[in-house]
Design a protein around this ligand. Structure first.
Ligand SMILES: C[S@@+](CC[C@H](N)C(=O)[O-])C[C@H]1O[C@@H](n2cnc3c(N)ncnc32)[C@H](O)[C@@H]1O
Length: 148
């Protein structure tokens, strides 16, 4: 693994607005902020919008800047990509955006029924061979529905 990637992994651990929970922990229990992201993380009662497979987080960051009364969470498994958006919200002190590094398969461990107002899913991986892994596959759609 490149030095630059390791540096990003280290740096991302320091950001208060980035949540990373090891798979073996989240596999067995819900995350402590489930149902409470607005009140306990963002300290408000604003609606919550998720960007799934956010990559570098461009949409999360720019939507958050345009809509300060909405909370945004970008979700992706790739920490080194997410680092770019995470660094920007840290440097620009954007209070209504956060990042969650996890497998989107685990989404119901993080968000409660009716907690999420909207999801954005832009340019997902096509997954030509393993269609069940597509973020638009029926098995994923059923999970998203539980958080609306
Ligand atoms: C093609 S990129 C698109 C990035 C961004 N949405 C954009 O429009 O620039 C797809 C992203 O989805 C993420 N992704 C795909 N499947 C995922 C999964 N099951 N859990 C978490 N992230 C996933 C990948 O890591 C990748 O960053």
């Amino acid at each position: 693994m490149g030095k630059n990637k390791l540096k990003k992994f280290e740096e991302i651990k320091q950001f208060a607005h980035v949540v990373q929970v090891p798979f073996h922990i989240i596999k067995h229990s819900d995350y402590k902020l489930k149902g409470k992201w607005a009140q306990e993380h963002f300290k408000n009662n604003n609606p919550l919008i998720l960007e799934l497979g956010c990559g570098k987080g461009e949409y999360t960051v720019s939507l958050a800047k345009q809509n300060p009364n909405i909370n945004y969470i970008g979700i992706d498994i790739k920490g080194a990509r997410m680092w770019k958006g995470a660094k920007q919200i840290d440097e620009e002190n954007i209070k209504n955006a956060a990042f969650l590094r996890t497998h989107i398969e685990m989404i119901n461990q993080f968000f409660d029924n009716e907690e999420v107002s909207e999801i954005w899913l832009t340019f997902p991986d096509p997954q030509m061979r393993k269609t069940r892994r597509r973020l638009t596959a029926t098995n994923f759609m059923e999970k998203y529905q539980k958080s609306f």
